[in-house]
Design a protein around this ligand. Structure first.
Ligand code: C2E
Ligand code: MG
Ligand code: MG
Ligand code: MG
Length: 281
């Protein structure tokens, strides 16, 4: 690939361009257009308290309504967005969209739950992140407790001075911080000691078949215990079966998110779920 052949190589423009670079070349162009033409949309997936089946919060998940290819999942374009820096304006779009919807739901008298957004390490590690969150909350007159953010362990590997300040400032605003895909990053546990974070989200890969896969069972129950002892909330993601749910309940993990309860759905559908009284199943 051109990238592997060194900086001054113009391979990318030659006829030997492979399918991957062809795709990213055009996808980058299309992503820029998507921002201008407002082609992104936010889906919402509830998190449920398994003891009551009530919706306690929801995760906002981006989709791309591509004019030619239809609904594109984030796995297809987030990596390129990260690589090109387009993740910054995409993330700003998402934050604004979520605030707009919270205001809309509030005006329509719908009982609100906190909405969590995924924040890329690039954005989280910018020194003005918390300030921008504060500004948008003020602009939309929203309480910080209505917003949560999910960061990955990579966001906490580099410990710039202001990371601590960012976390502190978010805490002051009442914005909760969760570690997403917990256990899949390259980081050590040290950050759990340095930073006051609100919770962890156990990655889907550890939840799969926990009732029959003993490694996943051990890892998951250890993670639940770790979180409890650190007084952190714990959410299991990707819960698909009743067996998985029962295991989690038995091990004292009651906050769950997954297809068993609800798939991510467009804002209007999620709004209907909220209006129905926060009770799934
Ligand atoms: P994530 O933050 O870990 O989100 C959870 C993913 O698991 C979502 O995929 C969700 O649809 C999927 N999921 C939830 N429950 C189940 C289940 O029971 N079974 C299965 N098989 N999957 C389940 P999605 O929406 O495709 O998002 C993928 C990833 O893209 C997200 O992983 C997140 O890392 C990233 N992403 C999504 N939206 C944004 C965004 O607005 N900004 C940024 N920076 N990243 C985003
Ligand atoms: Mg997430
Ligand atoms: Mg995750
Ligand atoms: Mg993930």
């Amino acid at each position: 690939r051109a990238k592997d052949l060194g900086r001054n190589n113009c391979q990318i423009y030659s006829s030997s361009m492979d399918a991957t670079s062809y795709q990213s070349f055009f996808m980058e162009r299309d992503l820029r257009k998507a921002l201008i033409h407002d082609e992104f949309t936010a889906y919402f997936q509830p998190r449920v308290d398994a003891r009551t089946n009530k919706i306690i919060s929801a995760e906002a998940l981006i989709r791309w309504k591509h004019p030619k290819y239809g609904l594109v999942p984030p796995s297809e374009f987030i990596p390129l967005a990260e690589e090109t820096g387009l993740i910054i304006p995409i993330g700003e779009w998402m934050k604004k969209r979520v605030c707009e919807l919270l205001v809309k739901w509030r005006e329509e008298g719908i009982p609100l739950v906190p909405i969590s957004i995924n924040v890329s390490p690039q954005r989280f590690l910018q020194s003005d992140f918390a300030t921008c969150v504060r500004q948008i909350l003020e602009k939309y007159d929203l309480n910080g407790s209505l917003l949560e953010i999910e960061i990955t362990e990579n966001s906490l590997m580099r410990t710039e001075e202001y990371v601590e300040q960012t976390i502190e400032e978010l805490k002051e605003l009442g914005v909760k911080i969760y570690i997403d895909d917990f256990g899949t990053g390259y980081s050590s546990f040290a950050y759990l000691k340095s930073f006051k974070l609100d919770g962890i989200k156990i990655d889907r890969s550890f939840i799969k078949d926990i009732s029959s896969e003993s490694e996943n069972a051990s890892i998951t129950s250890a993670m639940i215990n770790l979180a409890k002892h650190l007084k952190m909330d714990v959410i299991a993601e990707g819960v698909e079966t009743v067996e998985e749910l029962n295991f989690l309940k038995e091990h004292n993990c009651h906050h769950v998110q997954g297809y068993l309860f609800a798939k991510p759905s467009p804002a209007e559908e999620f709004q209907a779920l909220l209006a129905e009284g926060l009770n799934l199943k």
